[in-house]
Design a protein around this ligand. Structure first.
Ligand code: HEC
Length: 125
């Protein structure tokens, strides 16, 4: 292998290394919210975050697809936080979306809202 080839190989490895670090920092940031989601939200919103959780077959209003950038991008952050705390009714949505304000701290609700933005890959508005 000539020198220039091995230099570019090293550069490639360094790049991979930095990508891996940023991914794990991100994992760290959302770790708690992800655990909350798996425990409290996935049965309706789905393990894939696409609204197809186990319960979705049994309820008349379908849970929001949290992986949909358009649908989620249209919901302002304030509404997401309000709905998580006070339930669907707080935003004139279905009562089938439960209220979690008594279960999570404000900080956890904020973490969940940020996690939802991360999943949908849509910026906050
Ligand atoms: C019992 C089923 C159920 C569970 C559990 C549940 N949801 Fe929902 N969720 C729904 C339904 C149904 C809707 C759709 C409501 C509508 O469109 O009227 C919804 C909608 C939403 C929305 C969109 C609100 C909007 O303004 O359109 C968000 C955000 C959300 N849920 C977050 C969560 C989070 C976070 C959790 C876990 C802490 C959770 N949900 C747990 C059923 C559920």
């Amino acid at each position: 292998m000539n020198i220039s080839r091995s230099v570019s190989l090293l550069a490639g490895l360094a790049l991979l290394g930095s990508l891996a670090t940023s991914a794990s920092a991100e994992d760290e940031q959302f770790k708690h919210a992800e655990k909350l989601y798996d425990t409290y939200c996935a049965q309706c919103h789905g393990m894939n975050r696409d609204g197809n959780g186990l319960n979705s077959a049994f309820i008349s209003v379908q849970p929001r697809d949290h992986s949909d950038p358009k649908g989620m991008g249209d919901i302002p952050n304030d509404e997401i936080i309000e709905v998580i705390k006070k339930g669907g009714l707080a935003a004139n949505k279905s009562v089938l979306m439960p209220a979690w304000g008594g279960i999570f701290s404000d900080e956890e609700v904020d973490q969940l809202a940020a996690y939802l933005r991360h999943i949908c890959n849509c910026g906050s508005n």
